[in-house]
Design a protein around this ligand. Structure first.
Ligand code: ADP
Ligand code: MG
Length: 454
């Protein structure tokens, strides 16, 4: 029996015991990459598939193999390519423990402490589509990247959710680094700044904190509106701002509204925000939305017809993240189905994003969906256990409750058995990071969201 036949036989076995959707999600585009004397290396399209298959289906695969190729004792995995570095060798093959370790590792190594610039690789000028809605902010960001600390300092970019503020800010950061790789850039959300500040005070590490924040060449502070009402933070930020600006270091700030509309912010900060350049980003027009969709589609290497793109562009109007989300979702389905898609199918798939979106009303509903998705009990999801297999779903549930319901951090902490609000903030930040940096993780979240809305 050759490798292909062997794998077909295994898949045949799996197919009968799984629902079609499940089978397609996890086993489409898998095959045997290599077969040794006593092991098999399975090629999987993503780390997400690998973790899932090894956690849930490894035993069953081995059982089937036992009849067909009894010499096989061990399963390894290889992501997409052929480099052996990509292999996952569970130390105790087939045991639950080893797979948990691998998936946990995957989860934690992508984030970690921000002792690096924190820039997201794909947010560059090259991937940013310029339209009438954002040309000012784009030009200003380029100018700042070209001659930092001079013309426009600070650069203050504001606009609604998902319109490219963070993207532009990172793009300027990347360009600065390209021009001079030694540039010290620090990207943080204002929530992280505030959190670091509070920790520094309580742990008596203020000197360290100041060194970190005031020793940079460019400070990128995202979503400054969250400084509203936090006086200690504002005081500290005021001094950081002054020192950096005096030294000719560049500051870039984003916000969902213009400086004077941010509530509960000291006047002296508001006026400083307006010292440099204030640039807004508006919602993109239809033409720009189409351009963004075409561009993203080409980058993904997927092919969707014009009428599908138009359908998305016409219906998703005020948020580029959602525009992208719609496209990604279709791309994932298309990949799974491995064939062209017609408009009606696209409409069905996008029903959860476009049109009458069923709003979720409670944290409990979200938590239940997440628990169900990961096949764990509500009790395990909520209670204090730090076991790895529960931590990830819990963090995802916290994130979704925050994003979908906009509940406060403390109230989410309460919901999860009285956890501290900083734990929730950490979870949200972590999931956000993974979501932006790891496509497979993003897909995982999308699948959960699909279930929430359908
Ligand atoms: P914001 O910070 O304003 O909420 P983001 O910068 O996070 O928005 O953008 C949301 C998503 O939309 C990101 O994936 C980003 O790459 C994408 N995006 C936004 N504007 C553009 C654009 N003009 N061209 C290409 N992609 C964009
Ligand atoms: Mg942002």
């Amino acid at each position: 029996m050759n490798n292909q036949q062997l794998w077909q036989a295994v898949l045949g076995g799996m197919e009968v015991s799984l629902s079609k959707a499940n089978f397609n999600t996890w086993f489409k585009n898998t095959n045997i990459a290599e077969r040794g004397a006593d092991y098999i290396i399975i090629a999987v399209p993503s780390a997400f598939n690998r973790d899932w298959i090894s956690a849930k289906y490894q035993q069953e695969i081995l059982k089937t193999l036992k009849n067909l190729a009894p010499e096989i004792k061990e399963l390894k995995y290889r992501l997409g390519g052929t480099s052996s570095q990509n292999e996952t060798t569970p130390n105790k093959p087939g045991t639950k423990n080893s797979t948990e370790q691998s998936s946990h590792k995957e989860f934690s190594t992508t984030t970690g402490p921000s002792n690096f610039s924190g820039l997201i690789p794909k947010y560059t000028f090259e991937t940013f589509i310029v339209g009438k809605n954002n040309e000012l902010a784009h030009a200003a960001s380029q100018a700042v990247a070209k001659s930092p600390g001079t013309q426009y300092n600070p650069l203050f970019i504001y606009g609604g959710v998902g319109l490219g503020k963070t993207h532009l800010m990172h793009a300027a950061g990347h360009r600065l680094l390209q021009t001079n790789p030694k540039t010290k850039i620090l990207y943080v959300t204002s929530e992280k700044f505030a959190n670091d500040y509070v920790n520094a005070i309580s742990q008596k590490r203020m000197e360290e904190f100041k060194k970190e924040y005031r020793g940079v060449d460019a400070l990128l502070i995202d979503d400054i509106q969250f400084m509203a009402g936090k006086e200690g933070f504002q005081e500290e930020f005021f001094h950081t701002f002054n020192e950096l600006r005096d030294k000719g270091k560049q500051i870039i700030i984003t916000s969902d509204r213009q400086p004077k509309d941010i509530p509960a912010v000291e006047q002296r900060l508001v006026s400083r925000f307006e010292w440099g350049m204030v640039a807004d980003i508006q919602a993109p027009d239809l033409e720009t939305r189409m351009a963004i969709l075409r561009n993203k589609m080409e980058k993904k290497g997927s092919v969707l017809s014009e009428d599908i793109l138009f359908y998305i562009a016409e219906n998703v109007v005020s948020n580029i993240r959602e525009l992208e989300g719609a496209l990604n979702r279709l791309a994932v389905y298309q990949q799974m189905e491995n064939r062209g898609m017609v408009l009606d199918q696209a409409k069905t798939i996008l029903a959860s994003i476009i049109g009458t979106k069923k709003r979720i009303t409670s944290a409990k509903k979200i938590a239940e969906s997440v628990a169900e998705f990961y096949n764990i009990s509500m009790e395990d999801l909520i209670k204090q256990s730090r076991k790895k297999e529960f931590v990830k779903p819990r963090q995802i549930a916290m994130y979704l409750i925050r994003k979908e319901l906009d509940n406060s951090f403390p109230s989410i902490g309460d919901f999860f058995g009285g956890r501290d609000h900083t734990t929730v903030m950490h979870a949200v930040e972590k999931v956000e990071n993974l979501k932006t940096n790891k496509d497979s993780f993003k897909q995982e979240l999308d699948l959960i969201l699909d279930k929430l809305f359908i």
